[in-house]
Design a protein around this ligand. Structure first.
Ligand code: TXA
Ligand code: MG
Length: 346
């Protein structure tokens, strides 16, 4: 039976209970500023194994270790470079995960067999309190079943993991809505392994240099991404998603044409569009995906809408493109994956 409770920061008894679960090797899902995480004791191999089996996730896909103070980095990492320290200083607590060479105390079960460990200090107060109160370094992947979109509400976690984990802390809808940026500073050049809210420009401003893992730009499955998890086709909705790109009116006309065609064949459709464009569509299931002018409204609704498309039972989904702004690259990284690289330019 999974306990579900509001993550009220004043509720000491609740956090004590959550801490006890973590300390005894159990699993607690909790909110972060990016997406909900599925937490277990990062130094307990059995807890990591439980995380993999609860998610149905391949165990070669390493977990991110969540900490509450910078001193913890020196407990877990064998080497803390100047570049890493500059990033920690600039972006922690916050949505940035940094890769370090690991110390022996971090079990291979947590790192998917790698000699490196991914570490992040989240800024969400409930996440912070849970790490501090429990005194546990919390290994936490996104709290979804493998293959589903990352959860942005506690209800999403319940949908996927109820009965499979011990507790869910409900902190309401998350702010950012897509997973943290992952950066590797263990090699010759700082490299972004997964784009997120912290953009390449923001990192470049601090380090003077950054590159993007070339595998992220490639459709060739043989080019292996440096973050093992990035090779999986995440969050593909059950329906067939296609992105339509180009000038506003032309995109709307093309989508209307595609929708009419599929509806004539008896299929159910859905459209993901910018808030400012909802009036351009008169078909069924026009879903407001937020405004490009305020891109966090797009990132925070993306996964919820992909889940909604499944709930609606949409056979074909057409989405406008959302490339603008600092986070456009990160949003499109998720959307293009969900679309299996189907993009039409008009
Ligand atoms: O925003 C986030 O990062 C969320 C919240 C809960 O903190 N967590 C999250 O975890 O997205 P997960 O497990 O869904 O994604 C972890 C990613 C995977 O792509 C994994 O391959 C990569 O991090 N990763 C973990 N350890 C790594 C390592 N040592 N080297 C390279 N990539 C690593
Ligand atoms: Mg994930």
């Amino acid at each position: 039976k999974t306990i579900v409770a509001k993550a009220d920061l004043e509720n000491e008894e609740l956090f004590r209970k959550a801490s006890d679960i973590l300390k005894s090797g159990g699993l607690v899902a909790f909110p972060t500023e990016t997406v909900y995480g599925l937490g277990g004791d990062a130094l307990n191999p059995k807890a990591s194994e439980k995380i993999y089996s609860a998610k149905g996730r391949p165990s070669d896909n390493p977990l991110i270790v969540h900490i509450a103070d910078t001193a913890s980095v020196w407990e877990l990492a064998a080497e803390v470079s100047t570049q890493a320290q500059m990033l920690m200083e600039a972006f922690w607590p916050g949505p940035l995960t940094i890769i370090f060479k690991k110390k022996d105390i971090v079990p291979h079960e947590t790192t998917g067999g790698l000699e490196t460990v991914a570490i992040r200090m989240p800024s969400h107060p409930a996440a912070m309190k849970l790490i501090k109160d429990s005194g546990v370094y919390i290994a936490a992947p996104s709290a979804n079943l493998s293959g589903r979109p990352s959860p942005t509400t506690a209800a999403h976690v319940e949908e996927d993991l109820s009965g499979r984990i011990d507790m869910i802390l409900d902190g309401g809808p998350v702010g950012i809505g897509i997973e943290s940026t992952i950066v590797d500073v263990t090699g010759d050049r700082p490299t972004i392994l997964r784009p997120g809210y912290i953009s390449a420009d923001m990192i470049k401003n601090i380090l003077g240099d950054v590159m993007i893992d070339p595998a992220l730009e490639s459709v060739d499955m043989k080019v292996r991404p440096k973050a093992p998890g990035m090779k999986y086709t995440h969050y593909a909705p059950k329906g067939k998603l296609t992105i339509v790109e180009g000038e506003r009116e032309k995109v709307a006309a093309k989508i209307a044409e595609l929708v009419a065609c599929k509806q004539a064949e008896g299929y159910k459709t859905a459209v993901l569009c910018d808030t400012e464009n909802t009036d351009l569509y008169s078909c069924e299931n026009v879903l407001d995906a937020g405004s490009k002018k305020n891109e966090i409204t797009v990132s925070s609704s993306l996964y919820r809408l992909l889940r909604l498309c499944d709930d609606i039972g949409a056979d074909y989904i057409y989405s406008e493109s959302f490339r603008e702004g600092d986070m456009g690259y990160a949003i499109m990284n998720r959307l293009i994956k969900a679309a299996g690289h189907r993009i039409i330019s008009v």
